[in-house]
Design a protein around this ligand. Sequence first.
Ligand code: NAP
Length: 218
Amino acid sequence: MATVLITGANRGLGLEFVKQYAADEWAVIAVCRHPEKADELQKLMQKYNRVRIEGVDVTDAHSVNILREKLADTEIDVLINNAGVFTGGTVSGSATKIDMGQNFGTINADEWASVLRTNTIAPVMLTEALLTNLQRSKEAKVINITSRMGSIDEMGPSYIAYRTSKAALNAAMRVIAHDLKTKYVTIVNMHPGWVKTDMGGQEAPLEPPDSIKGMRKV
Ligand code: NAP
């Protein structure tokens, strides 16, 4: 049975990844910050005994280290770095624009650093922490859920923190792909489309099942 580890697994795209992989008979390590509040995940764990939940804040080195120790002998075939934050822009379900320091002229450095920590640094640190587990697999893959908003080619206005966090994630993972070339670990950065989640908002055209189905096919 192949094993996938998914971060941000309690809602949105991460939860949908768990649903689809579990239904497809994968062993799933579902990582979220607050397992006790992750009702949907708890239900999936009851339905499928191959789903396990691990409480980890991906920005917290101590928490990541505990996970690494717990998973010491576990082979991981696919690591999905999905957890992410998007602050600023519209509040989900409302048309209200809020400025959380992501626009030039009102930049909030602490907010920016916090977005970089979650969206850029955490996926790199988690990949590093779980490298031994990935190397136990013959076809290990690290899938990073990035965003077109971080594409240098298509860089648009506003959302400086989010855009730069995903651009830097793309760059960091390309660097790591070179480092891992001889270690048989494939790195892929994927844009999920604009999807109806708390982050994507209700006006997004794609439903989570379709986004995840498409990414899994790729
Ligand atoms: P979402 O509904 O807001 O869910 C984000 C997930 O990330 C939640 O499970 C959240 O956990 C988790 N998370 C955030 N910070 C964390 C931390 N420090 N430690 C552990 N988990 C943490 O967002 P989504 O739409 O599913 O987005 C998933 C990924 O897709 C993100 O990387 C996002 O940037 C990317 N993306 C989404 C869209 C879209 O249209 N939806 C488009 C492009 C890219 P809590 O519940 O504990 O907060």
